[in-house]
Design a binder for this molecule. Structure first.
Ligand SMILES: *Cc1c(COP(=O)(O)O)cnc(C)c1O
Length: 398
């Protein structure tokens, strides 16, 4: 047998990587230290953290850390099996009870992550021939769930309800129809139009699924989420969200009617065929649920910081798109310019993350800033001065 010097695989893959590099789309892992804090370290360099999803600061919270340690002591390091085998340790029941009470939901279930949750939910509910209507800017995990379900993928223009309705009109009456949307869009920081989406789903006999990954913990009187903020929670069929962003640790949940959660428990393959979360993770999730409801001052600080930062960027002349939240994009356009801007910010000590296609549409590359409740006003002013200087030098603003 002839030993190949260089396989076709290797050549093709290396060529693809070189293409990514040429397009300024190649990604590199860097090690971040103390990312749970407002100031982190990357390659030993201290930087202002305007990139994490730790919106309320719970990732570094002593109470969550303590709960994790206690859970390890009591229940061990790992869950040993999937939940339907013997991995359903006692903290699941306690955490799900706390979740249901907080959200005032009929039923709910904890799943391993937002990503695997979306994969599992969508592929359990729909099959070949069914229809999914999905906002163009929905998170990748929703897109992947749709692909896995084999349902017909109808993507409507971002928040364009007329477009959505025209697609709904064309779908056969006898097929299952799911409308799915992020409540707060992860790369744009704007909100879905839930009232109108509910009207459409009722009119066209569809069901509505809302992903609250970036809004759970943050909106609503007790941080229940954006659906609760608008008092629409009982009119949305499926709400999912995560413990990995504002709630500071990891894991995700789905809430809805009992029959629905029952069905998902039996049908979500990403739930059935994956080991349950480690007890420590449930310890953190349960504690976060218990405290987030009673700490509205964190939500208020987050809103104050986010508003301040958005208004300052607009005053400077930056394009922040439709952001109305703690997610604030500065839309640049070209990948290369965006990379240059990000590198200049990083050099000045701002951990700015460039977001490029395919995560966002072509020619909409951007820096995605995220605010947290823990940011100090002087830190924000310091960063805004640097952002302004670099923006002027690069000719991005006047
Ligand atoms: C982050 C995110 C997810 C994935 O959640 P993980 O818990 O990180 O896997 C799903 N949906 C949206 C909208 C997200 O932003």
């Amino acid at each position: 047998m002839k030993v190949q010097e260089k396989s076709q695989w290797e050549e093709e893959i290396k060529a693809e990587l070189a293409d990514l590099e040429a397009l300024s789309q190649k990604r590199h892992l860097v090690t971040s230290e103390s990312a749970e804090q407002s100031w982190l370290r990357i390659n030993g360099k201290k930087m202002l953290n305007l990139a994490s999803n730790n919106y309320l600061g719970y990732a570094g919270d002593e109470r969550l850390k303590k709960a994790m340690i206690e859970a390890v002591d009591k229940y061990g390091a790992g869950a040993t099996a999937s939940r339907l085998i013997v991995g359903n340790h006692p903290l699941y029941k306690e955490t799900e009870a706390a979740l249901i009470k907080w959200k005032r939901a009929e039923a709910g279930i904890i799943v391993n992550s937002g990503y695997t949750g979306n994969l599992g939910i969508i592929s359990a509910l729909l099959g070949r021939g069914d229809y999914v209507f999905s906002d163009k800017l929905n998170h990748a995990s929703i897109v992947d769930g749709v692909v896995l379900s084999r349902a017909k993928h109808q993507r409507y223009r971002h928040n364009d309800l007329k477009h959505l309705e025209s697609l709904l009109q064309k779908a056969p009456a006898d097929k299952r129809k799911l409308i799915v949307t992020d409540s707060l869009f992860s790369m744009d920081g704007d909100f879905a139009h839930l009232v109108e989406l509910i009207q459409l789903k009722e009119q066209y006999n569809a069901i509505l699924m809302v992903d609250e990954a970036h809004s759970s913990g943050i909106y609503g009187k007790n941080g229940e989420g954006y659906a609760h903020h608008l008092n629409l929670q009982n009119r949305i069929d499926i709400q999912m969200g995560t413990f990995s962003k504002a709630l500071g640790s990891f894991g995700a949940y789905v809430i809805g009617k009992k029959w629905l959660i029952d069905y998902l428990t039996n049908r979500m393959r990403s739930f059935i065929y994956s080991t349950a979360l480690p007890p420590a993770v449930l310890g953190a999730a349960k504690t976060a649920i218990e405290i987030v409801q009673f700490e509205p001052e964190r939500r208020a600080s987050l809103q104050t910081n986010a508003r301040y930062f958005r208004e300052a960027l607009i005053d400077l002349g930056f394009d922040i798109g439709g952001s109305e939240s703690q997610i604030v994009p500065v839309i640049i356009g070209e990948n290369e310019t965006t990379m240059m801007f990000a590198k200049a910010l990083q050099k000045e000590g701002i951990a700015a993350v460039p977001v490029r296609p395919p995560t966002v549409p072509e020619n909409e590359a951007r820096i995605r800033f995220t605010l947290t409740a823990a940011h100090q006003k002087e830190d924000l002013d310091w960063s805004l001065n640097r952002i302004a200087d670099i923006g002027k030098k690069m000719g991005l603003i006047g």
